[in-house]
Write a protein that binds this ligand. Sequence first.
Ligand SMILES: *Cc1c(COP(=O)(O)O)cnc(C)c1O
Length: 345
Amino acid sequence: MKPLEQLVRKNIWNLAPYSCARNEFSGVNATVFLDANENPYGNQLNRYPDPMQMELKQKIEEVKGIPANYTFLGNGSDEAIDLVYRCFCEPKEDNVVAIEPTYGMYKVCADINDVEYRPVLLDENYQITAEKLLAACDDYTKVIWICSPNNPTGNDLHREEIVKLLESFDGIVIVDEAYSDFSKLRPLRYELPRYPNLIVLNTLSKAWASAAIRLGMAFASPEIIDIFNKVKYPYNVNYLTQQQAIKVLSDPYEVDRWIQLILQERVRMQEAFSLLPLCEKVYPTDANFFLAKVTDAQSIYDYLVKQGIIVRNRTRVQLCKNCLRVTIGTRNENNELIGALRQFK
Ligand SMILES: *Cc1c(COP(=O)(O)O)cnc(C)c1O
């Protein structure tokens, strides 16, 4: 890996961060807060939230095993994705390499930040080789984006190839593990101490059933986390979100039960789907959704919409012609989908 100073944009490396009232104060036992121009009256929500979300980060350490100084929290993973560009990529100069197809936000944020995005096509099994990704890199490539299990294809990417990238790429490798709770592979976040150039993304939006509160995580070396913290909005995760996240993370067994139910339903749904006359192929999955190739994705999608059932039509995505992406729902929701598709003519 290049020295971090060479990877981070010069203006960011040199940035003196805004110091908010709740940052400057770190003493114990304070009871009178006259430092932040808040209204002293009110309703539990009159105070600014903890800018570093320490209580929540401690809870995350208990549940996910990553210490607070390796943890950045943001307004969804989307905030971390955008921060990666703002911290590492000089507009119109640097570039990033990513797999294709994958989650759309990596490219949208590249375009917003005016950073060149270099997609590298997966093979016919939706897999990568480190060699092919590295061949797309040059001296200006700061970041390689990996998503595993990948969206929309659903599969885990080969771990050995990701490790090769971590060992041979001299920039940052980001592995989005939004769906790792549904996979049998050991999450890569546990390997962080071995790879100073690794950033792992997690979210409460999927397995943790909390998409509405918007909480995303980036796990990385303390040096990288310090850079993110310097650039983020001071109070980027609001108090209600922090409180609700602590509550949800306090019952991981409930989440485990949901995951087991979803995995059972996933087996049943892939089987039922593959028996439908309109289905040409069900792809293997390690996530809470699967991709299926059908006879005519657009007309089947339109038909389902008329029945009030929404799946994701991915037919215009590269390597996904005539593919629908189906999220695993409750048993009843899943039965409704299969029932409707059996009536399709
Ligand atoms: C759904 C999803 C996310 C979640 O994004 P949030 O902003 O945290 O809701 C992140 N990455 C991938 C690949 C996803 O599919």
